[in-house]
Design a protein. Structure first.
Length: 207
């Protein structure tokens, strides 16, 4: 805890003081991010660090596995769905980035569900990744290759899920909203994007 408190002191004396006018502007004018970033809760995947963004640039959703639950009209507690609705219909973002990552614990656990016995909320949540796991298994990949396949297929699966949201679909069709599927490589800092024409992932800096 002392490390976190020391870090906060450094933030106040260094970053905040140097950017105080911007923080005041964000309070006065409110937020108007251009992009919704849906990423994993993994502590190694930090959107603002990866993209070198500033406060106010990204509206961020982070959850286990960067999963997007399909649209539902039930009145349960839909944390991810409510954040998607807010970003699209209130903040009017023009870009949605669904960013998976390599060495994803959620994707690995899809193949070893016995590890989450006794964790009912996590077991239920991981059902969102079931289709991605099954498609990855059909590729006949093994070991680490199977996990890398699962991570990539999960990203494309979540793109399909987010398009089940009526307002998202409407804005995509009209050209007001664009969906991007990314895979961040923890081991080298690279990002691949999903190219829908070739149905493959390509390095983003070569796009």
């Amino acid at each position: 805890m002392s490390q976190l408190l020391d870090g906060h002191q450094l933030f106040k004396t260094n970053y905040f003081q140097a950017n105080e006018e911007n923080f005041i502007r964000l309070v006065k004018d409110g937020q108007s991010p251009k992009a919704l970033f849906i990423g994993c809760s993994d502590s190694r995947v930090i959107p603002d660090l990866i993209l070198n963004t500033d406060p106010g640039d990204l509206f961020v959703i982070r959850n286990v596995g960067n999963f997007v639950p399909p649209h539902s009209t039930t009145e349960n507690f839909h944390a991810t769905a409510s954040a998607i609705e807010y970003a699209v219909s209130v903040l009017n973002v023009s870009e949605i980035i669904i960013c998976g990552h390599t060495h994803c614990g959620a994707c690995a656990t899809l193949h070893q569900l016995d590890k989450v016995k006794g964790l009912p909320h996590l077991q239920k949540w991981l059902q969102i990744g079931e289709d991605a796991k099954n498609l990855a298994v059909l590729s006949n990949s093994k070991g680490d290759a199977l996990l890398r396949q699962t991570e990539k297929i999960s990203v494309t699966t979540q793109i399909g899920h987010i398009l089940t949201y009526p307002e998202v679909k409407k804005r995509v069709v009209s050209g007001k909203l664009h969906i991007h599927g990314w895979l961040y490589h923890i081991e080298n800092g690279e990002i691949e994007y999903y190219d829908s024409e070739s149905k493959s992932f390509k390095l983003i800096d070569k796009a």
